[in-house]
Design a binder for this molecule. Structure first.
Ligand code: ADP
Length: 177
């Protein structure tokens, strides 16, 4: 039992988070600088339930998290009902509008659908604690950072898969349930 206890503590958020080293990088949105067309393409090319929003691709500083379904509804709404919105319109998650050229088409402002404080842990957080937080807070996903940079995501399903793998490796580790 003691050995198992130690094993449990040794699994860290970094061991469970996606993307894996061989996976394509995390699909993120930037808080400004993307067009309606670009965001629509990201939605079409992926099936993820949500997307982290970052300050910039270089900083990878987390700004918030947006659900796929909210993004789809809001973009459809803007296309349909917001005067002048076209494919090259900017999508903004910012508080204030960044400077735009005077003849730029109107921007689609989506800060209202952004979860500004998504749950985050660091790569070093033991999975035991992550699992506990998921249970207690009823989370669907949580983001993983290192030194303030967004590195990955863990969904409820990722945790369940991880637990199943553990149970396979060691049937006695029913402790996980
Ligand atoms: P679920 O895990 O319930 O199927 P998703 O469809 O959102 O939920 O995620 C599928 C897989 O992709 C999970 O392993 C998850 O960690 C990963 N994932 C989720 N969101 C993203 C994202 N924005 N970019 C890259 N990978 C993601």
């Amino acid at each position: 039992l003691e050995a198992k206890e130690e094993f449990r503590h040794k699994t860290l958020a970094t061991d469970v988070m996606r993307p894996r080293r061989s996976d394509p990088p995390l699909s993120v949105l930037t808080q400004s600088g993307m067009s309606v067309e670009e965001v629509e393409r990201l939605i079409a090319d992926t099936t993820y339930s949500g997307f982290p929003v970052v300050l910039s691709l270089t900083s990878q500083r987390l700004v918030g998290f947006v659900l796929r379904r909210d993004l789809i509804i809001s973009l459809e709404n803007a296309r349909r009902h917001q005067e002048g919105v076209v494919s090259v319109s900017a999508v903004l998650f910012t508080e204030c509008d960044p400077p735009a050229s005077p003849n730029a088409p109107p921007a689609v402002k989506l800060r209202s659908i952004l979860d500004l404080s998504p749950f985050t842990v660091t790569v070093h957080t033991p999975m035991e604690i992550v699992v506990d937080i998921f249970r207690k807070l009823g989370l669907r996903q949580c983001l993983v950072t290192q030194n303030g940079r967004l590195l990955g995501i863990i969904t409820k399903k990722d945790i369940l898969k991880h637990m199943a793998q553990m149970a396979n490796r060691d049937p006695d580790s029913i402790l996980f349930n």
